[in-house]
Design a protein around this ligand. Sequence first.
Ligand code: DGL
Length: 283
Amino acid sequence: MTTERTLSSKIVPVPEKGRVLVFDSGMGGLTVAREIMARAPSISVDYAADTGFFPYGDKSDAALRDRLPRIAAELVKQARPDVFVIACNTASTLALEEVRAALDIPVVGTVPAIKPAAEQSKSGVIGLLATPGTIRRAYTANLISEFASDVTVILHGSVELVRLAEAHAAGEPYDPAGFAAAQDPIFEVEQGGLVDTIVLACTHFPLVQAELAAAAPRPVTYIDSGGAIARQTLRVLARQSFSDDHAELPDHRLFVSSDPSDNARLVKVCARFGFETVVQVAV
Ligand code: DGL
């Protein structure tokens, strides 16, 4: 096994075998899957999108709490991964423990990158761009009080940006004004003029980071947690032991929870990221 040295000088193992399932509501988790695949090209990575319940950002907490452990268990039964990655802030900040309790393999969650953003902000004012679900979570409030109590955090939730990110990733025409509209509220409130760092606390948003940067009223640094989740996934995978029956499974499968023919756009984008064999799961 080789290792990767990160900027903070932490050594991260690079496993050569094992199977990871990366899960999100839609295409957002691809921004995490690509980080894992870039670091550990010889492991098996599958992708799952809960297309039947997309988007998560506007669903009630009760509905998501009911669905997440059920779909996670079904996916693990079918995909047989060694590690399950919830590449979704909206799901992780609500139901990480419920998903862990439903599975008998390790689960890696996604945490908004509030800590690194607070550490690197010079102005002491940061933005947090997420889904409305993530914005209202107690989990997010706790992260802010633990890691960002000495900075001002301006929170803004947008479901429109999730949809815009999917359309843009698929190469569909889009209105550039949508990117400004999705983040302008952060700059427009009191102290918004001082924001120098924005946390992309939805895994969909790194898909459109360049467009957000172009639409921002002035230069800001965008931070997401894709690299950190990938490193944590590889640490956890390196500690796992593997059964040989995984070896014969196909690689780079895409699991969806609704009819693939209703999801042509997602199927196309996932194929571009290397996930080509489409499997429908019933939840
Ligand atoms: N990609 C997801 C996240 O990180 C959720 C997007 C959605 O389904 O609303 O929060």
